[in-house]
Design a protein around this ligand. Sequence first.
Ligand SMILES: [Zn+2]
Length: 441
Amino acid sequence: MSDAPDDSVRTIPDPAGEVVELCRELIRFDTSNYGDGSGPGERKAAEHVATLLDEVGIESTLIEDSPGRTSVVARWGGTEGDGLLLHGHLDVVPAAAEDWQVGPFSGEVQDGYVWGRGAVDMKDFDAMLLSIVRDRQRTGRIPSRPITLCFTADEEAGGHQGAQVIVEDHPELLEGCTEAVGEVGGFSATVRGRRVYLIEAAEKGMAWMRLTARGRAGHGSMINRENAVTSLAAAVARIGAYEWPVRLTPAMRTLLAAVGELAGTEATPENAEALVEEFGGAARMMGAVIRNTCNPTMLGGGYKVNVIPTEATAHVDGRFLPGFEDEFFATLATLVGEDVEIDFLSHQQPWETPYDGALVDAMTRSILAEDDEAVVAPYLMSGGTDAKHFRRLGMRSYGFAPLRLPADLDFTALFHGVDERVPVDALEFGARVFDRFLDDV
Ligand SMILES: [Zn+2]
């Protein structure tokens, strides 16, 4: 027995109290995902998360399909209404330490930032969730709505060892969840001096393809009109040079209308490109979500300079908008032509959740409560996340990991980038916003 005050029971909420320390701790677990099963895995980080939950009396289940590739699922909250899934991934993409100013797995705090691989993708949000959940347990502020917390393995390689395993083999753990909130959204981008918070309401689909051209082998010195390298190169050049037309889905129409208002002009498909430029550094990503895209990424063929090979191959990375799949594949078939064969290596569906309803209202209110100058709008993300797996169970999905960011920070470049880091005050802001959001759902 001790008379010392018990820190585990408090009455004054402090949802951001642990967020920075928890983020640093999570970064220090190297959970690099090389995509070939060779990495250190997520088990140590998953066990750490389970311990953090256990410390405040929340039981969790570790899910592991192959050794070391561990996800954590915990049921929390009450029994009123439909379930809400809050999910974050524990793995990160690898980091080449020699390129970094600090050790990528050091979790150092410098110049007002937490540095390290995962600082924005997405141990920041994992830490916010843990800080909030622990604080709410300690202060008796448990949401009445049933909440499922999910910290997954393998998101960076498609989620096959993580979210997909949970969805396919343990759907009972997600029973009752009708809505899901995860990455990549809720961060601010500055447009004309105003912070625009982007809530992810849609993701592009993905088609990774191998193109194969076959021809007639022969001597490099002779006439050959069935040269596989020539037909492949022509197809690749047509794909690479093609200007995909602007196509706006509902999320991007809503966002560009908001940007148009800030820029003093009405948004139209014709000025979509110009409005996207208002995002500065984030325009790289935004420019890719107002159209389908297809980029050649690998080339192969031949083995000697004077031998025409029978075969040449290329890989292309295609990304298509929800609602524009048919147009994408029809255009691609024309660009590739008849002589070149297409094999699909990976094919993922795009999705879009209507930007409406109580959850969207709660996200908007919670941001405005912490940043009353904010503009809140939906957007479509160029890549894919675990949301695509959870959506198979019929959940409405959003990306909402709130961060108030400095206007001059090139945030989208930090994803998978060198010197990945997150402002300390943005982490604390995010925890406060998300805590308010939980009051409201
Ligand atoms: Zn991520």
